[in-house]
Design a protein around this ligand. Structure first.
Ligand code: UT7
Length: 322
């Protein structure tokens, strides 16, 4: 059997926060944020709203929209860096809350590369013949681990969740995959509450996201461009064959730079960063869902999803929209 992506759903918290909000407590401006990141708004989860709640609602929205039953799901993968708690996993909580008694449940820790990793794992699990119906979820409440005193990062992050259903089928639609890591950049983007070292370097143990924005920016553009071309080659496609490119939505300037590097018109990139901010593992399904809802992504289109993030990690796949 082959792996087929058959449904998608999203959920984002109600509270919309614009750039002016930040002008009240840090030295910044709407103009700087828009021009340096492309972000116009983001969503903030309520105080008592957590990652598991966003993920649950995304799955419920997908199930309602596609008239799906969930009780025969046999694997749940949840990509997140903002678990409600480390143990139990988000996947276990969802397995119970959404009534999936026969599902194996596992969280993926690959930061903004996590959703891409989920696609790759789901394809492998289905191709192995061991599983038939898998949920791949990317869900985050990044604003709960945002350092609101750091003007270089606090303006970036938002909360949201997305899910895709991947099923066993005679003819699948998930083609070439890539997944990899560069652990040497671990200290450039981290979230820790322990006084440890990363690659020998001391870190800030404040349980907040800490990043070296410029280094991650440069790495992302070169690594994503490289992986874009590797995916094309694996699938036997040229850049003109890609209908939609859905990279992790961290910064519009990163997306524009990758498109320029690989020779793809930027209009063919789907993004979620302008309205949702950087939502880490949720950013790709949010962008893809909006593209589907807007009637842009249609049956037969070749869609390349490619994530990158803390670790450093990257992963993605080419999907022919069904
Ligand atoms: O999803 C996880 C992966 N993370 C990423 O992909 C993040 C990648 N990095 C980025 O998106 C960008 O590096 C940032 C948006 C974080 C920063 O943009 P930048 O163009 O790289 O800015 P910069 O760090 O080079 O700073 C430029 C200037 C600096 O001032 P000086 O030193 O030139 O006087 C900063 O102090 O902009 C200043 N600055 C700000 N000004 C107004 C930094 N943050 C702000 C701010 N408002 N919020």
């Amino acid at each position: 059997m082959e792996a087929k992506l058959t449904a998608i759903g999203i959920y984002a918290p109600e509270k919309v926060v614009d750039n002016h909000y930040f002008e009240q407590f840090i030295e910044t401006s709407d103009e700087w944020i828009r021009s340096r990141t492309g972000i116009i708004t983001r969503r903030f989860a309520a105080e008592k709203e957590f990652t598991s709640d966003l993920a649950e609602q995304a799955v419920r929205n997908m199930a309602a929209e596609y008239q799906l039953r969930l009780d025969d799901v046999d694997f749940i993968l949840v990509a997140t860096v903002t678990h409600d708690q480390i143990m139990p996993s988000m996947a276990c909580q969802l397995q119970y809350r959404l009534g999936m008694p026969n599902a194996a449940a596992l969280d993926i820790s690959a930061a903004c590369g996590g959703f891409g990793y989920g696609l790759v794992l789901a394809k492998g699990l289905i191709n192995s013949g061991m599983y038939r119906k898998i949920l791949v979820i990317g869900a985050e409440t990044l604003t709960k681990v945002t350092d609101f005193t750091d003007r270089t990062s606090c303006i970036l992050f938002g909360d949201g969740a997305g899910v895709v259903l991947i099923e066993a089928a005679e003819k699948g639609n998930i083609g070439a995959c890539v997944a990899g890591a560069d652990g040497s950049g671990g200290q450039d983007l981290y979230l820790s509450n322990q006084n440890t070292l990363i690659n020998g370097e001391e870190i800030l143990a404040n349980n907040k996201i800490v990043q070296n924005g410029r280094k991650v920016f440069k790495w992302a553009v070169s690594q994503m461009s490289l992986q874009f071309n590797i995916l094309l080659e694996k699938e036997g496609l040229s850049v003109e064959d890609i209908d939609w490119f859905v990279p992790h939505s961290a910064n519009m300037r990163i997306i524009e730079a990758i498109c320029k590097q690989v020779g793809l018109p930027v209009e063919k990139a789907l993004e979620s960063v302008s309205t949702y901010g950087n939502t880490s593992s949720a950013s790709i399904p949010l962008a893809l869902y909006e593209g589907v809802r807007a009637g842009k992504v249609r049956k037969g289109h070749k869609v390349m999803m490619l994530g990158f993030g803390g670790g450093l990690t990257y992963a993605g796949a080419i999907v022919e929209w069904a």
